[in-house]
Design a protein around this ligand. Structure first.
Ligand code: NAD
Length: 496
């Protein structure tokens, strides 16, 4: 059952294996197919982990806490983390190919965002943990001798990391890097759609000298598969999850067994707000990216746009022109700017919303169907789509679609648009476009979200708190905030 051969992630006809205790292993579950979204063809077979495999992985992670990893100084751990970052960089092209084959995303995105951030996450959290501090108090005692109280941060233990498919390496390492920096061990369950880069990272971990069992990967699905086996495992000490809100609810239920903490980064239905006084060229460019980047498959994407009446017509016309400027084609071609959706199922879901918008009588500014992509006729492509004219109660305006699309509504004043933007069960992100500084502060602070951008979108400083309010999540990750989840605070009181 054990194999140390390369994962071969991304190469046609290869098998993607679990990574447990520092070794690649077949799984006791099914062998399932992995599709290249640009062609709809099978490009790899994935070994699903059985309950026993998940047991092995959690056992290896628990054991590793007691081994060299648990005894390592922070400085030694950081040296290893930096080697992991270097290892990703050294094998950049392999990671790039694996990510493109799994997601179909264009090289222009994966080579600028996904893979560089995959490495950067390890360096950023190495920096953060090196300068982490806690509080201390000099305390009075009845006998006058006094006491000192100080807190230390200790690793939480075995962390289950459950990831989505939209930014596979980036979002997985966003959790794995701080977890490891803080001295935890991890068992990762990547999305069944995008298992390749998580598997490939095992080779990098071994080469960087990460002790066996610190980083483990189990493949499979959610319910009644590796996801559920992992989140319900009694030896998992904390669960960090990024994905859909309904899955987050299931994971919270699983975590309640044994009172395990959760960190949840969930869905969104983010509002973009564009005032009459915005710098229109910048607002169009930024809003276009916020709607269409990664084929709209970004949790931070804006799918609800609110544009002030004075610029409504011009804004709609110019954003439509930007939507039409995307170029489909071979994801490996650096000129291509829009890839397919991740799967046929997801394409059916997005096209279902396109049909619903039509049936509800939306004005379709552009798109609404599937494009002809020569040579990629069976790929999961959809057109970038913009609508106007639907009521705020329409599912197009209320539900997360997760495709390259947005509905544009008109508004008249600040108070009205704050109300419209906040009229959502989600609270992940917003982007406000205005040249009026006071208005920018006022509006950004009133939108009930975890992240408000002004005159920008997806401008990320990895030290800042990242997460959502309402149904968009629990907790904040990023910078030192990550260590609030990946460590326990222990107070030590010394009587002098
Ligand atoms: P998903 O919830 O369907 O799946 C995410 C992961 O959970 C997968 O690995 C899946 O196998 C696993 N899973 C499913 N059911 C499970 C269960 N019962 N127990 C344990 N694991 C289970 O999400 P997705 O479709 O992969 O990703 C898209 C969603 O992710 C969107 O809603 C998007 O907004 C959200 N997202 C949020 C953020 C954020 O930071 N807030 C970032 C990216 C994506």
């Amino acid at each position: 059952m054990t194999s140390n051969k390369s994962t071969g992630a991304g190469a046609a006809g290869t098998e993607i294996l679990n990574f447990i205790g520092g070794e690649y292993r077949k799984g006791g579950g099914r062998l399932f197919e992995n599709y290249y979204p640009a062609t709809g063809q099978v490009h790899a077979h994935v070994h699903e982990a059985s309950r026993e495999d998940v047991d092995l992985a959690v056992g290896a992670a628990k054991q590793a806490l007691k081994g060299p990893w648990g005894r390592m100084s922070v400085a030694e751990r950081l040296t290893i983390l930096r080697k992991v970052a270097d290892g990703i960089q050294a094998r950049f092209d392999e990671f790039l190919r694996a990510e493109i084959m799994d997601t179909g995303k264009p090289r222009s995105i994966a080579s600028h965002i996904d893979i560089p951030r995959g490495g950067a996450n390890f360096n950023v959290f190495a920096d953060q943990i090196a300068s982490l501090s806690t509080e201390a108090f000099q305390s009075a005692t009845p006998d006058g001798a006094g006491a000192i109280n100080y807190a230390i941060r200790v690793p939480r233990g075995v962390i289950a990391v459950i990831c989505p498919w939209n930014l596979p390496l980036l979002l997985m390492t966003w959790k794995v890097a701080p977890a490891m920096a803080a001295g935890n061990t991890v068992v990762v369950k990547p999305s069944e759609e995008t298992p390749a880069t998580a598997a490939l990272l095992g080779e990098v971990m071994n080469a960087a000298g990460v002790p066996a069992g610190v980083y483990n990967v189990v493949h499979g699905f959610g319910a009644d598969s590796a996801g559920e086996f992992l989140t319900s495992h009694p030896d998992v000490d904390g669960i960090t999850f990024t994905g859909e809100t309904s899955t987050g609810e299931a994971i919270m239920r699983a975590a309640s067994n044994g009172v395990r903490p959760v960190s949840l980064e969930l869905g969104g239905k983010n509002a973009g707000i564009i005032f009459n006084d915005a710098d229109l060229a910048k607002a169009i460019e930024g809003t276009g990216r916020s709607c269409f980047a990664n084929t709209g498959q970004v949790c931070l994407a804006t799918e609800r746009l609110y544009v002030q009446r004075g610029i409504f017509e011009e804004f709609c016309a110019k954003l439509t022109a930007q939507a039409k400027s995307y170029r489909f084609g071979d994801p490996f071609n650096p000129e291509v700017t829009m890839g397919p959706l991740v799967s046929d199922i997801h394409r059916q879901k997005v096209l279902g919303f396109y049909e619903k918008a039509k049936a509800e009588g939306a004005t379709i500014l552009c798109g609404g169907g599937t494009p002809d992509v020569a040579g990629f006729e069976n790929g999961y492509f959809v057109e970038p789509t913009l609508w106007t004219g639907l009521p705020q109660t329409s599912e197009i305006v209320t539900n997360e679609i997760f495709g390259p699309c947005a509905h544009i509504s008109v508004f008249d004043d600040e108070e009205e648009v704050v109300g419209l933007a906040n009229n959502s069960p989600y609270g992940l992100a917003t982007a406000v476009w205005t040249e009026n500084l006071s208005r920018a502060h006022r509006v950004a602070s009133q939108i009930d979200v975890g992240i408000a951008w002004v005159n920008s979108w997806f401008l990320r400083d990895l030290r800042t708190p990242f997460g959502g309010s309402k149904k968009s999540g629990i907790g904040r990750e990023g910078g030192n905030h990550s260590f609030e989840f990946y460590t326990e605070l222990r107070n030590i009181c010394i009587k002098l």
